[in-house]
Design a protein around this ligand. Structure first.
Ligand code: R5P
Length: 287
């Protein structure tokens, strides 16, 4: 059994390798002058179970994943498990308007061509797993985020919309604090509206938890609401920190005292590791 980490998820792959005691396969990777991706697997992986770990965001990492899968297949691996820490394009999971693609379905089709099973973390909606024709599983980073928040004297967890409610509830049970939610309407990729709602936040330390922070608009609006309701300190936490454009600046100027994400997308705010939640999937496969 071997693990191969794509360039977007090398660290997660190494953490997983340490946890399940499966070696990393030796590889050479590079970019050609025109930026096309190259990989060569140096270990003999024929007849082995190979775990490939690669976030499929941004777009070049999708191609990298497909090329890696092909390299593993061509090297005659017996079984391919694909771990996708952040599954890009999951939010276009339906045709919102006629003429649109179901991007998550297209991704699932391509990735499923050279894989036996797929594991992803906090997909935007669980039903994207049904787009795969192979076994597909998800796991939640929320317990790990909650563990990280546990010593931060949090009084309340807030979900910025109903879609995030179960995650907030789950975190609040682990932290043993209150939870509440807001009602958000998305106008477009950059604009959201939050329905006015009375929040019991007076003098409280609040952590807002969502699956994704992209532009930071959702979190910034939520912070403003909490502040209006007298919140003392506000922390923002997410599984997937995309932090597009000016997101960090927006969050800081809205008053977030801490920004937390996991390492599904590696960056300066990746304070929570996902390897502990992925490793149990492979406990039956150890050498
Ligand atoms: C959408 O429903 C997601 O759960 C997030 O709330 C959303 O992707 C966050 O986007 P942004 O940071 O751009 O507001």
């Amino acid at each position: 059994m071997y693990i191969i980490g794509g360039t977007a998820s090398k660290k997660v792959a190494e953490d997983l390798s340490g946890k399940i005691k499966v070696p990393m396969a030796k590889t050479i990777t590079k970019r050609f002058p025109d930026n096309e991706f190259y990989v060569r697997i140096l270990d003999d992986i024929s007849n082995e179970h190979v775990i490939l770990v690669q976030t499929t965001y941004p777009d070049p990492n999708i191609i990298e994943m497909l090329i890696l899968q092909n390299a593993v297949k061509e090297a005659n691996a017996k079984e391919i498990s694909v771990v996708i820490p952040y599954f890009g394009y999951a939010r276009q999971d339906t045709k919102f308007q006629e003429g649109e693609p179901i991007s998550a379905k297209a991704m699932a089709h391509l990735i499923g061509l050279n894989a036996d099973r797929v594991i992803t973390v906090d997909p935007h909606k669980e039903h994207i797993l049904d787009f795969f024709s192979i076994s597909a599983y998800s796991c939640s980073a929320i317990p790990e985020i909650a563990k990280y928040l546990k010593n931060k004297k949090i009084d309340m967890i807030l979900a910025p919309d109903k879609g995030a409610l179960n995650r907030a509830k789950n975190a609040s049970e682990i932290i043993e604090c209150d939870f509440d939610y807001m009602e958000k309407t998305r106008i477009d990729g950059e604009t959201i509206e939050i329905k006015p709602k009375k929040l019991n936040a007076e003098n409280k330390n609040v952590a807002i938890i969502d699956d994704i922070i992209s532009t930071g608009g959702t979190m910034a609006k939520s912070i403003q609401h909490l502040k209006k309701h007298g919140a003392k300190k506000v922390i923002v936490a997410c599984t997937h920190g995309l932090f597009a454009g000016e997101a960090i600046k927006k969050l800081k100027s809205a008053g977030a005292i801490e920004i937390i994400s996991t390492d599904t997308i590696q960056g300066p705010y990746s304070k929570v590791q996902i390897s502990p939640i992925i490793s149990p999937f492979f406990k039956n496969y150890r050498r």
